[in-house]
Design a protein around this ligand. Structure first.
Ligand SMILES: [Zn+2]
Length: 330
């Protein structure tokens, strides 16, 4: 080979190696994770349906009577959960499923089945209440009851917690740690909207160790907080199936991309969001409930599938991200 050709070949390879190096650095920088989880709530646990002072029904029993004509609910979870598990199989991903103790008591085999497929089970407290308005004693008793119940079913420790409705008392860090919780994912660093979201507007928009006195502030406690994604500038809630369905793909992508630039972020959804919620559609619902149920069913499953496939390499479950954060902060 001519000497000049050899030189050109060598130079090309050098340039190629340099380009590959910078691309790989860029990928590492961009590879912040998305903590993907499922809150295993039937639609009747939504805040507007039961469990808050302004809900449609005062309690679950009166809701079951109206919706199903009985004193207990049918299993509306197994079918969408199966669909979710198959999607996660396709993505080769093991997620975190947060259960309330109440749902775990109703459907214990569902908890065991999900765990048997290698997914993490997290604690969603016992009832689906706004715990920031409940007494500390009620919070502690329900947390202990629910965690023990799940651990008995699983035969292993539960380390992750998410408060229902993201309604979390600020001073619960020591309580969570006392009961063996290692990470929490309840904080939404957004504006408080319609009485929802726990007033954590200025909380960090990336994982952090919580301050002992305030779960929304960074500190040196052992509790790791994994906050949800936020829509930029306006600080609106994002990173959930609810905001994704109601505000659409553009809103969701803007929020996730912006949050990923700040660090690891979180996205979660519910099994009822990928079903048609036919029983609800037959009812005369208030406007807020109709808005809340927008795009549930096949439409959302399609939106979700496209979104998750796009971010497949970033997906991580709660215990995975907890370990990652611990390894980089200790
Ligand atoms: Zn929930």
């Amino acid at each position: 080979m001519h000497a000049l050709s050899i030189y050109k070949l060598f130079a090309c390879q050098k340039i190629k190696a340099i380009v590959e190096f910078f691309v790989s650095v860029k990928i590492v920088i961009k590879e912040n994770k998305i903590f993907l989880s499922v809150d295993v709530d039937p639609v009747w646990l939504a805040r507007w349906a039961t469990g808050s002072v302004n809900s449609l029904w005062p309690d679950c029993e009166s809701c079951f009577s109206d919706l199903y004509g009985g004193t207990s609910p049918p299993d509306t979870l197994s079918e969408p959960i199966d669909k979710i598990l198959r999607l996660f199989d396709e993505l080769n991903f093991k997620s975190t499923f947060f259960f309330t103790g109440y749902i775990a008591e109703l459907f214990p085999n569902l908890v065991k089945k999900i765990a048997a497929e290698g997914h993490e089970i997290g604690c969603h407290n016992y009832e689906h209440l706004d715990y920031e308005y409940e007494s500390r004693e009620k919070f502690r008793n329900d947390l202990e009851k629910s965690k023990k119940l799940l651990e008995t079913l699983l035969g292993k420790e539960v380390i992750g917690y998410r408060s229902p409705n993201s309604s979390v008392p600020k001073s619960i860090v020591e309580d969570l740690l006392e009961f063996g919780i290692k990470y929490d994912s309840s904080v939404t660093p957004t504006r408080r909207i319609m009485g929802k979201f726990g007033d954590f507007t200025n909380a960090p928009q990336r994982p952090y160790h919580s301050k002992k006195e305030n779960i929304g502030k960074e500190g040196d406690s052992d509790l790791v907080e994994l906050p949800w994604a936020v829509f930029p500038l306006l600080k609106l809630p994002a990173g959930s199936g609810i905001t994704h369905r109601i505000f659409g793909n553009v809103y969701n992508n803007l929020a996730l991309n912006s949050s990923l630039k700040k660090g690891h972020t979180a996205y979660y959804f519910h099994p009822y969001e990928i079903t048609q919620v036919e029983e609800m559609k037959k009812m005369h619902l208030p406007l807020k409930a109709k808005i809340f149920l927008q795009n549930c069913g096949d439409r959302y499953f399609q939106m979700l599938s496209i979104f998750l496939r796009k971010h497949q390499s970033r997906l991580v479950n709660g215990e995975g991200l907890y370990e990652l954060v611990k390894a980089t902060t200790s």
